[in-house]
Ligand binder design. Structure first.
Ligand SMILES: O=C(O)C[C@@H](Cc1ccccc1)C(=O)SCC(=O)c1ccccc1
Ligand SMILES: [Zn+2]
Length: 170
């Protein structure tokens, strides 16, 4: 099912996600729903926080044809270098807002996959940017938090206008 995505500045986006205890049928259904929701919203990642489920679960698909979804459960990120690089980020919870955020260029990811099996991965490029953006969601942090207060005010106004326009067309 396509799930509703919370929009900034909804306070529920600030909830800290709990670890997943067992990857059971309910979690597997949520994973399927989040992947469907991510594709419908034309995103490349989605954190469970964004669909108001406060558990440590991220889905992602960086592929060209949107046919290779990735699942990260109880992920742990460790920066491997001090070096940071800016990237023009967006967020499905802050529609129509894009701005530059600096993040470590190389990180280690330790997580469980969709079957509950532990794995470790070194991430660079867009995977490193996206996993850190999604991890922030699980910790109640949004990419706009890194921007100036003026830009945050503008982001709030833009989201309000975007949601009003969407209401009218629905
Ligand atoms: O809100 C989210 O977590 C999804 C977000 C993930 C993300 C994209 C880009 C940089 C960091 C994190 C999105 O998918 S935003 C929409 C999008 O597809 C996109 C935006 C900018 C660059 C590339 C893709
Ligand atoms: Zn986001």
């Amino acid at each position: 099912a396509i799930l509703p995505i919370l929009s900034y500045p909804d306070p529920r986006l600030r909830t800290i996600a709990e670890p997943v205890k067992t990857v059971d049928a309910d979690i597997k259904q949520l994973i399927a729903d989040m992947i469907e929701t991510m594709y419908d919203a034309k995103g490349i990642g989605l954190a469970a926080t964004q669909v108001d489920r406060h558990i440590q679960l991220i889905v992602m698909d960086l592929s060209e044809n949107n046919d290779s979804p990735r699942v990260f459960i109880n992920p742990k990120i460790t920066p491997l270098v001090e070096d940071k690089k800016p990237y023009e980020e967006g967020c499905l919870s802050v529609p129509d807002v894009y701005d530059s955020v600096e993040r470590p260029v190389k990180v280690k990811i330790e997580a469980l996959d969709g079957e509950g099996n532990a794995f470790e991965e070194i991430a660079e490029g867009l995977l490193a940017v996206c996993i850190q953006h999604e991890m922030d969601h699980l910790n109640g942090v949004l990419f706009v938090d890194y921007l100036s207060s003026l830009k945050q005010t503008r982001a709030r106004d833009k989201v309000r206008k975007y949601l009003k326009a969407r209401e009218k067309q629905l």
